[in-house]
Ligand binder design. Structure first.
Ligand code: HEM
Length: 441
């Protein structure tokens, strides 16, 4: 497609800008802008070869059915070669500093059979029968956090005071991390997911180059991710040693003592496991908790409906997850030539699965841009699909439901007290600030 043709098909964009915009962290901080781009792509070019400046080319997959088609075939489309979007310079930097194209080798960076064996170690821990045992503990934590909001008076930043801390507390309790170490874990997660975000780089103890493109896709100050990874490895190394000596009833003990093919799990695998549970387990859930509440505030009819009938809560949680879709993409690499919607994807090509786009697909969702607490069916794919389907999805749903279940009946009124702000990140992002004014009953 020439630049002129591209401009005609994509009003407001030239070919270069479409390709650059889809990796631009700035765009992901503006819900309307990113969805305008995805809507155009779904309509005009749903399987599109993108060549953004500074990145290796990749196919953008924006339709719900296509994301599922790719994820279903995990032997043909693998995870290990490229997990998420990263500029070439960032990939080279990682290779030079950690000797690998991946910062960690977590479940999402691996393929079967090793992926399956590792996942199997904790799978039953995260399934509903085991989680049922945690219901009371999670409801207690939800109550503590809503009490805290009430104690703060009539105004607070819901993200900074409640939404960030609550899922962190849950996952850290399950992992067995003491409360006093939670601020450290929160900082490490934010460094991994938003290493180019100005608020993150201002607060980090791991300052990187002041003129780099590492991960953020743009030049500027970035976090030194090798230093962040080392800090996490040191921290969890001590936990592994402890749980091998004194196993407890927590996920850390299951990981530290996990056996693969008759051998104790390797140190790097164990570290990577903690890291994915610790990081994937709270930023995502926190973004949905605050993003769902924002939609309830913006749609008073939906808030009234939900408050009037709390049996709608599971559906409201599902709709909040669809709406926010905090994981913006995962990558796959084709192992053989494959034809999708008439386009030939070559062996070795990268594919970027844009979950937020799949979750607004007009062919799957009626009125996809309306937030409806009673949406049925709701085939949202924010948790992905296939063998890598989110391990923590039942936990995430349970946590969000517990918080709303505590908060909504106690709230008499809530409104925005300032402009909500999103993080600038093209991988995992969501609200970083949402000032609210409220009255408790
Ligand atoms: C994987 C989303 C919460 C742990 C994933 C994937 C997505 C995702 C999109 C990749 C799926 C794929 O490639 O098909 C979310 C969202 C969450 C959430 C939207 C919250 C609303 C959690 C929580 C945990 C967790 C609470 C806690 C343990 C994991 C793990 C994987 C994963 C371990 C890797 C699974 C694998 O590769 O086999 N998640 N997640 N996530 N998630 Fe979550």
């Amino acid at each position: 497609m020439s630049t002129a043709e591209a401009s005609a098909a994509f009003p407001g964009y030239t070919r270069d800008t479409i390709d650059d915009q889809v990796v631009n962290p700035e765009l992901y901080a503006d819900e309307d802008e990113i969805h305008a781009l995805f809507t155009t792509l779904r309509k005009e070019d749903p399987v599109r070869l993108m060549k953004p400046r500074g990145f290796r080319p990749f196919w953008s997959i924006t339709k719900h059915a296509d994301i599922q088609e790719i994820e279903r075939q995990s032997d043909k489309f693998v995870n290990r070669l490229r997990t998420y979007l990263s500029p070439v310079e960032g990939e080279e930097w990682l290779k030079a500093t950690v000797g690998d194209t991946h910062l960690f080798r977590t479940l999402v960076d691996l393929d079967d059979p090793i992926h399956y064996k590792l996942r199997n170690l904790t799978q039953s821990w995260f399934m509903p029968p085991n989680l049922k045992k945690l219901e009371e503990r999670i409801a207690g934590l939800a109550k503590d956090h809503v009490d805290r909001m009430q104690d703060l008076g009539s105004e607070c930043d819901f993200v900074k005071e409640v939404a960030l801390w609550y899922p962190l507390r849950v996952i850290m309790q399950l992992l067995g991390v003491p409360k006093e170490d939670e601020p450290f874990m929160l900082k490490m997660t934010q460094e991994i997911f938003g290493p180019g975000d100005p608020d993150v780089t201002a607060a980090t103890d791991h300052k990187g180059d002041d003129d780099t493109v590492v991960f953020s896709g743009e030049r500027g100050q970035s976090v030194d991710l090798a230093a962040t990874a080392q800090a996490l490895f040191d921290y969890f190394g001590a936990i592994t040693a402890d749980r091998r000596k004194n196993p407890k009833d927590d996920v850390a003990s299951v990981i530290a003592n996990g056996m693969i093919d008759g051998q104790l799990i390797g140190d790097r695998e164990a570290m990577s496991y903690y890291v994915i549970v610790a990081t994937a387990g709270h930023d995502t859930t926190s973004s949905v908790t605050s993003g769902g509440l924002l939609q309830l505030i913006k749609n008073p009819d939906q808030m009234a409906k939900l408050k009037g009938d709390l049996s709608l809560l599971p559906g409201a949680v599902e709709e909040s997850i669809r709406w926010v879709t905090p994981v913006k993409h995962f990558m796959r690499t084709a192992m053989e030539d494959y034809t999708l919607r008439g386009k030939t994807i070559k062996a070795g090509d990268g594919l970027c699965l844009h979950y937020p786009s799949g979750n607004r697909d007009e062919e799957v969702f009626g009125e996809p841009f309306k937030f409806k607490v009673d949406r049925t069916p709701n085939r949202q794919i924010a948790f992905g699909y296939g063998v890598h389907l989110c391990l923590g999805m039942h936990l995430a749903r349970m946590e969000i439901k517990a918080l709303y279940n505590e908060l909504l009946p106690r709230l008499k009124h809530i409104e925005l007290a300032g402009e909500p702000k999103n993080t600038r990140a093209n991988f995992v992002s969501g609200l970083k600030s949402m000032p609210v004014r409220y009255r408790f009953a």
